[in-house]
Design a protein around this ligand. Structure first.
Ligand code: WT7
Length: 653
């Protein structure tokens, strides 16, 4: 509620600058015209964009097939290839333009032109073919954030293989589960890499995952990055450089149906195991491409830096595909914002002449804490646009970004979207929209959002609070959950039966100007540093420890991370106290790190004899959330089975 109050009191309005608007792809009038077109004929609107912006080998005639809704299909009889759209189509006009600028953790730099990138991607694509990878096969990528990760995505796309990237921060156990769910034939990884000066043991984790299952995997391609010794299975493993040395730098793209899956990306849900979100080729690419042009106003001279790792959807749409499909220059940086010192991000931005900077509120808050001196040391005058994604950006962080990095003149685009939506759904258009700190403003042209009540009824007034829904299909939307279409239907379209609404899982407020303010998740999903974590996943990880009987995980507001993981744990045997409790606490944190990955480690763990349950046995999560926040308990606890437990949970007894 306090969050809702603070944003409702937010009255500041920042109109787009005349200077920016004058050069922008979209100004107010052009945006209004696009919106009007989309309103009039949403399907025709997307069809026209798809014809003009995507290179088709076979043009489509069917635009939207909704005969099996909510399994929507777009551009079904068209054929295209994502890699051809990102690379081949620029060779004639932009072959010598830099596609990727790269800076490693330790400061090493390298660039690739579109021609050079095309050649590498072709070699890898041929290499994958030589390993037996064909159209539709799944390839898991467990890689550092280096250009080779983009090459691997592009190479898979080129031959119609389906990539599934697992973030390098996930543990070997999480990696194994994802490899097995996808039934991957090949894994592409690296020996290891440096991040913030620490070695990330990628190959070691792959070895562990494969020794405990993953029977589908035939080959492992290993990029030499760290150069440190790793266990190598000569029959199964092949070095990237040895595989590519023998290959031709030409590889004809495999023209796939528009609906052919381009990639899977696993994300957390409120219950059970992670969901393999499946994206299509043509529709996804269209969303990625149009949003780059509209939201980032991508121009030929830009250097676009999206700081997200390729392991997240942002690193797919705004590193691996969108900007390349526009023929832009992107920057990839392997390291972390504040290593070796507090100015690293700003130094990287300066040294590479970054013009568009897209990052997450958690990074902005972390940088904000370090003060105004680090950014002041560097020349950031090339910057012309700032972006934010991953969680609601609090007005303080927004204002700091605006004042200290944006020098009070750069537009900020606060972009709301999800792994499932494929591309940005709501955002200001920088040359057209007046922004309000903390609001992602309005849906993009062709995207139809609304606010509904508990029964799924649209709230008629402009000013409204409730569930955020999307009312019409859009090309970049997910197609299904890999191997579990029932779960797809239930999770995204099952909340309000018969209404055919895509339910995002976020609650929202729409103000009197029709601007949207995202309030957070409505399900049991945490948003830690802009990454989704299911509370159930962390609870299961805790319970898999031999000492743990039961666990309940909730989120607690955190200054930098947005939310942190707070776990309430009951143990087998006596409740641990004193030194024993401290020891077990450390052990449990490590255990969760090992089971899921470091980002899921609980910041707080509290031991108690029982968890607070209603008489029907349901854990009272709302109560636990209040306790985690350190709030006074004002709610009715008379239905509690064991009211005495409350002071223990508060850490008082
Ligand atoms: C959830 C999706 C899509 C890229 C990264 C996260 C939250 C995302 C915003 C924003 C408020 C946001 C939502 C959403 N979220 N962007 N600009 N303002 N909330 O992808 O892991 O699929 O998470 O992140 O809660 O549902 P994801």
């Amino acid at each position: 509620m306090s969050n809702i109050q603070s944003v409702l009191e937010e009255k500041r309005l920042f109109p787009p600058s005349a200077e920016f608007s004058a050069k922008a792809r979209l100004d107010k009038d052009k945006l209004a015209a696009l919106r009007a077109e989309a309103e009039k004929d949403p399907v025709g609107f997307w069809a026209e964009l798809a014809r003009r912006n995507i290179a088709w080998q076979t043009p489509f005639r069917t635009v939207l097939d909704d005969s099996q809704a909510p399994n929507y299909r777009w551009f079904t009889d068209g054929r295209t290839n994502a890699s051809a759209n990102c690379l081949d189509r620029h060779l004639g006009t932009k072959g010598d333009k830099i596609a990727i600028r790269f800076e490693g953790d330790k400061g090493d730099t390298k660039t690739w032109t579109y021609r050079a990138l095309h050649a590498e991607v072709c070699k890898l694509a041929n290499g994958l073919k030589s390993l037996g990878v064909t159209k539709g096969d799944r390839v898991v990528l467990y890689m550092p954030h280096t250009p080779e990760a983009v090459m691997a995505m592009q190479a898979c796309a080129r031959i119609g293989a389906v990539h599934s990237i697992v973030f390098g921060g996930f543990s070997s156990g999480s990696l194994r589960d994802r490899i097995e769910d996808a039934g991957a034939k090949v894994v592409i990884t690296a020996d290891g890499n440096s991040r913030g000066g620490n070695i990330i043991e990628l190959k070691k984790a792959v070895n562990e995952a494969l020794s405990s299952g993953c029977k589908s995997v035939e080959k492992v391609v290993v990029l030499k990055r760290s150069g440190h010794d790793v266990a190598f299975d000569a029959k199964r493993d092949v070095w990237w450089h040895e595989l590519l040395a023998k290959q031709s730098s030409n590889c004809d793209p495999e023209w796939v149906e528009s609906e052919h899956p381009l990639f899977l990306l696993y994300t957390s849900g409120s219950t059970g195991k992670p969901k393999g979100i499946q994206h299509s080729t043509g529709g996804y690419l269209l969303g990625a491409h149009m949003s780059c042009l509209w939201v980032f106003d991508l121009q030929d001279s830009d250097v676009f830096w999206c700081t997200a790792d390729v392991g997240w959807v942002t690193g797919h749409t705004y590193v691996g595909y969108g900007p390349l499909s526009c023929g832009a220059t992107i920057l990839m940086f392997e390291g972390v914002p504040t290593w070796p010192d507090a100015g690293r991000f700003w130094k990287v931005a300066q040294d590479h002449g970054v013009t568009i900077f897209y990052t997450a509120p958690t990074a902005i808050r972390a940088l904000m804490k370090l003060g105004e001196e680090p950014p002041a040391k560097y020349d950031l005058s090339k910057l012309r646009l700032l972006g934010s994604v991953g969680e609601p950006i609090n007005p303080e962080a927004w204002m700091w970004y605006h004042r200290v990095i944006g020098k009070e003149k750069l537009p900020i685009v606060d972009t709301w979207w999800q792994t499932e939506t494929g591309a940005i759904m709501m955002s200001p258009i920088p040359g057209a929209t007046a922004t309000k700190p903390g609001s992602c403003t309005q849906p993009l042209p062709g995207i139809f959002a609304d606010v509904v009540d508990e029964a799924g009824e649209a709230i008629k007034s402009v000013e409204a609070g409730g569930y955020l829904v999307i009312t019409k299909p859009w090309p970049a939307m997910l197609r299904t959950i890999w191997g579990d279409n029932e779960r797809y239907i239930k999770t995204y379209f099952g909340q309000f039966p018969g209404k055919n609404l895509y339910v995002a899982g976020d609650s929202t407020h729409r103000d009197k100007d029709g601007y949207y303010w995202i309030m957070g998740r409505i399900d049991d999903v945490l948003n830690v540093s802009g990454h989704r974590l299911g509370t159930m996943e962390i609870e299961s990880a805790l319970v898999s420890h031999p000492r743990v009987a039961e666990a309940a995980v909730v989120g607690r507001p955190h200054e930098v991370k947005g939310e942190s993981v707070f776990a309430f744990v009951t143990c087998k045997g006596a409740r641990p106290q004193g030194e024993e409790a401290d020891k077990l606490l450390k052990e449990l944190r490590e255990h969760v790190g090992k089971e899921i990955g470091a980002l899921a480690k609980p910041d707080d763990i509290r031991f108690s004899d029982n968890l607070p349950k209603t008489r029907s046995g349901k854990i009272m999560r709302r109560l636990l959330r209040s306790i985690a926040k350190g709030e006074e308990i004002t709610q009715d606890i008379s239905t509690l089975e064991n009211p005495a437990i409350v002071s223990q949970l508060q850490g008082k007894a």
